[in-house]
Design a protein around this ligand. Sequence first.
Ligand code: SF4
Length: 598
Amino acid sequence: MRYPSRGRMRKTLWRDYAFSPEEHERDLLAILEEVEALAEVGRSSVDRILRRHPKNGSSIFSRSELIAGYRYLSERYAWPSERDRVIETLRMKPVRSLSGVTPVTILTKPFPCPGKCIFCPSDVRMPKSYLSREPGAQRAGMHGFDPYDQTLARLEALYRIGHPVDKIELIVLGGTWSFYDESYQIWFLKRTFDALNDFARGARDGRRGRTLSRDPAAFELEGSGNEVDGHLGGNPYNRIVSELASQNDSGDETAPWSELARVQRDNERAGARAVGLSLETRPDYVTESEATRLRRLGATKIQIGYQSLSDDVLALNERGHDVAASRKATKLLRQAGFKIQAHWMANLYGSSPERDAEDYARLFDDPDFRPDELKLYPCSLIESAGIMAHYEAGRYRPYEEAELLELLLTCLTTTPVYCRLSRVIRDIPGDDIVAGSRVTNFRAVAEAEMKRRDLASRDIRAREIRGEAVSPDTLRLAVARYRSSIGVEAFIQAVTPDDRLAGFIRLSLPELPAYLEELEASALIREVHVYGAAVGIGERDETKAQHLGLGQRLLEHAACLARDAGFARMAVIASVGTREYYRRRGFTDGVLYQHRVL
Ligand code: SF4
């Protein structure tokens, strides 16, 4: 299969816009020239240029029209790829692709969840725990939760607003992944990869999956509304979505393993490659065989809900598993080389700000946990969640904003260097919150307060260089070692003179026998990450860390450390889209991992 060039991708895609750039060529050329010549880039300076060159003499060109226009003109006049920088100036929400890859988040269909957690919203239009007013969930609902449509629409939207779309981190959200039928899981991912493979070819697949919410009328639930009252006892959410699922089951949401393997092989050289795949599940669903199966599906990262590390809090919130289950799951996932993104909640029923601070400290003090990434969710009080009964009875209260702020400051300032604090609040629309903080930019509020008090975060997110230019000669490698439940973890960092992070590798040096035969006596690379705004595969921008050979330098250092620790082999948990990268660096394909003899 021939790898589609960026030019080819442009050719197939700009034609999809309803907007016709050829009709506005003169204005577009003038605008792009002026934007390129800007000495100082800012929204206001671009806006001034746009006002000088109105569309059809009156209205203003949108950013996506300008980007479409740039792509059209670039193809027409065969502009060199260096000029693509103008897209960065025009790009909206640049932060999305600044960590090196562009995330695409899609949701599974509404489906029963084995959990009965009292803090969890129940909206039968959505997979468990999501609310139909949340923006990502809304998008998924609009596409009937069809994985192909969701992925394709997201890729098109991201491309239109100027993001590179050749390195994609797929993030699958919704309920408990491991509880969905295996045939649905395989089909869901197969269709997601179909969309990635079709996207850069400009192909469209007319077949659409039929999921239960495709017919919105199915959700007009007589009398009850769509948000099920979770505190009435029983599990009405599961009952209703099961009924709807059986009514809507067309039998076509199924695919064999061989089909998934085929589309994943195709994706190795596709124009939009999956360089990461994240799935979410519960600790008590992680067993050796489940971890192996998740790997076979292509997962590289598992989102796992700890929620609390206190057994009494878990029990009071009817979580359905204890802390020991989270210990065991973390160990099994780490042994299989997954990147572990834990979810932890503050302000659960039975906790307090003081207890939360102690619980948070346990996440990193105890070697059995020490997650690689963390989503920190203070509990939001939602009408459809069971915790409402405790609130109404006066047994539960949401924290005051000042209490929450102090707690978040503790969390932000104590998270260690090897962990990325991906979230500090869930983006729940204010209208859905019954009581408590409605501030969705709490992270920004906390960061401003940290600045005022002269405090600093050291976690990955606070230190990553994002899209900044770096000089390769100034980078030095620093290793943070820490113990885990399976041995030693080496977090190898490429840091700038002012201690910013340009890239890193997570290397596990296990001391326990592996349960996956393929990983026996092997050091294990769980993640390679090099920052710099995501640059298209095949494009070079020498100022971006991703193209400074930094990945190679980090890999060689990891190999040295593994050798020094007595390992003769090193394995990597590669995603489908990075298999080629590792092959070029001396790794050979195994069954679920790639391997290099040291
Ligand atoms: S397991 Fe997750 S999705 Fe299921 S009820 Fe609990 S919190 Fe909600």
